[in-house]
Design a protein around this ligand. Structure first.
Ligand code: NAD
Ligand code: DAU
Length: 354
């Protein structure tokens, strides 16, 4: 089996669902279930013996040691993190604990486990670290997209904590030989995205008749990738990625925030027109900018394309249409997230099973 951390969050849950849809190898899913962890994302796996869920903290070394000894996973895919830039500005402490100390603790547990494995299993063991393009900082309008050798210039507490975790992963390979790979991906969007992030927030607010908040002038650029394509890239790296290497993952899809929000409005106007006949555009509102807001991210994905043959399957047009349709079809999921009812899922589903 493989061990996935943070598999109840947005990308982790998509990864677990895609993994089990395409093969039978079991997943041990370790997630603390912070506000961002939602077992309703994995409700379709209820009763599926291939998915073993453990609620726990990656910083809990005794727990992680016990899981590695008991389940002997052949690979570890590390998603667990505090992931929201705005939250890191309001309260950076948890970002340092989970993203930096948590990754350190996981690396040590993995090293301890890996170094005691018999030769064959030792060679095939993998630790894959899921990271972000934000570690590279902000690009000027004319600058070339981030390649894997771009200097690290993180600007937010979130990106600084992810940069620190990347450095730890690199060092554990170079010093101890731990068989690691790292991916640095651009902005994801798709199903199960927590509605604190731009795209799901805009869909949910639009339908509720609320303002669609644009930070500053809305001309900040991100490189958007459908979440299923990110998951496919990670599977490919696990399969054939070179040890100690990092791979940048992106959709060659740079767009300004205001254009993203307009596209979502156009789709909602088509798929769920407002009762008063007006466009959702009228709900767009400019608000005070994010402090230290990075102006532009863009990924040069040529290395993973060339070496591993990965390419995104979705264009932004196909991916965003699927995403808007998913939110329209899953209003219960949205309602449970907004009411907090999703957090009762653990007691509803698991306490009775004890
Ligand atoms: P998310 O916030 O939706 O999910 C994070 C998950 O980690 C949650 O289920 C949460 O409960 C769990 N978690 C948090 N702290 C934990 C701890 N101490 N122990 C165990 N579990 C814990 O995040 P996401 O958007 O799915 O991002 C997943 C990973 O991908 C992160 O490492 C993030 O930095 C990276 N990433 C995200 C994006 C993006 O656009 N969302 C892009 C590139 C990279
Ligand atoms: O680039 C990868 C990163 O993408 C990941 O590492 C992070 O985990 C993920 O959260 C995301 O970070 P961003 O800060 O880019 O995502 P967010 O959805 O918060 O914001 C996207 C852009 O939209 C950003 O420029 C800020 C802006 N924004 C965001 C919100 C929530 C707004 O204009 N209004 C908003 O209300």
């Amino acid at each position: 089996m493989i061990l996935v951390t943070g598999g109840a969050g947005f990308i982790g849950a998509n990864f677990v669902l895609d993994w089990l849809a395409s093969q039978d190898e079991a997943v041990l899913n370790l997630d603390k279930l912070t506000y961002a962890g939602n077992l309703e994302n994995l409700a379709s796996l209820e009763g599926d013996a291939r998915h073993v869920f453990v609620q726990g903290d990656i910083c809990d070394r005794a727990l992680v040691d016990g899981l590695l000894a008991r389940y002997k996973p052949r690979a570890l895919v590390h998603f667990a993190a505090e992931s929201h830039v705005d939250r890191s500005i309001h309260g950076p402490g948890e970002f340092m604990r989970t993203n930096v100390e948590g990754t350190f603790s996981l690396l040590e547990a993995a090293r301890n486990h890996w170094s005691a494995l018999p030769a064959g299993e030792k060679d095939s063991f993998r630790f894959h670290h899921v990271s972000t393009d934000e570690v590279y900082g902000s690009l000027s309008p004319e600058a070339a997209p981030f390649s894997e050798v771009h200097p690290y210039e993180p600007n937010s507490p979130y990106s600084a904590s992810k940069a620190a975790s990347d450095h730890l992963v690199r060092a554990w390979h170079h010093t101890y030989g731990l068989p690691v790979t790292t991916s640095n991906c651009s902005n994801n969007y798709g199903p199960y995205h927590f509605p604190e992030k731009l795209i799901p927030l805009v869909i949910v607010n639009a339908l509720a008749g609320k303002p669609l908040p644009i930070y500053g002038d809305g001309q900040q650029i991100r490189d958007w990738l459908y979440v299923g394509d990110h998951c496919a890239a990670i599977r490919r790296i696990l399969e054939v990625g070179r040890l100690g290497e990092t791979y940048n993952v992106g959709g060659w899809n740079e767009m300004a925030n205001l254009d993203i929000v307009r596209q979502v409005c156009v789709l909602l106007d088509e798929l769920r027109p407002r009762a008063d006949g007006q466009s959702y555009f009228t709900q767009i509102t400019h608000v005070t900018d994010r402090p230290g807001h990075d102006r532009r991210y863009a990924i040069d994905a040529r290395k993973i394309e060339r070496e591993l043959g990965w390419r995104p399957a979705e264009t932004f047009a196909t991916g965003i249409r699927k995403t808007v349709a998913w939110y329209l079809d899953n209003q219960d999921w949205v309602a449970h997230v907004q009411s907090g009812a999703y957090r009762e899922w653990v007691s509803r589903n698991y306490e009775a099973r004890a």
